[in-house]
Ligand binder design. Structure first.
Ligand SMILES: N[C@@H](CCC(=O)N[C@@H](CS)C(=O)NCC(=O)O)C(=O)O
Length: 83
């Protein structure tokens, strides 16, 4: 499923990010992903929208969702509604 206008901020070696990334891979969730450890402007963008640099973070419509479990539940909900 394509999630337009959604951005997932992550960094490598983060177990919480890996949980969300694995969910995306397994469920064919397609969206823009930005690695804040290699992309300085993505890091700044994240802090500007969400107020902190914690990852994973899903940004959509100017809102930041920070908890990995909440992000996965958000995707599950959207996928189920699509069925
Ligand atoms: N409870 C959060 C934990 C996320 C977390 O601790 N992320 C770490 C990286 S593994 C982080 O971003 N720490 C830096 C910060 O909080 O700015 C979740 O499940 O997503």
């Amino acid at each position: 499923m394509i999630f337009e206008h959604h951005i997932l901020y992550f960094k490598p070696h983060c177990p919480y990010c890996e949980r969300v990334l694995e969910f995306c891979r397994r469920n064919s969730v397609s969206l823009v992903m930005k690695n804040i450890s290699t992309d300085r402007s993505a890091f700044e963008e994240l802090v500007q929208v969400g107020g902190k640099s914690q990852v994973p973070c899903l940004v959509h419509g100017g809102k930041a969702l920070y908890e990995s479990q909440d992000i996965i539940e958000y995707f599950v909900d959207k996928i189920e509604k699509e069925r």
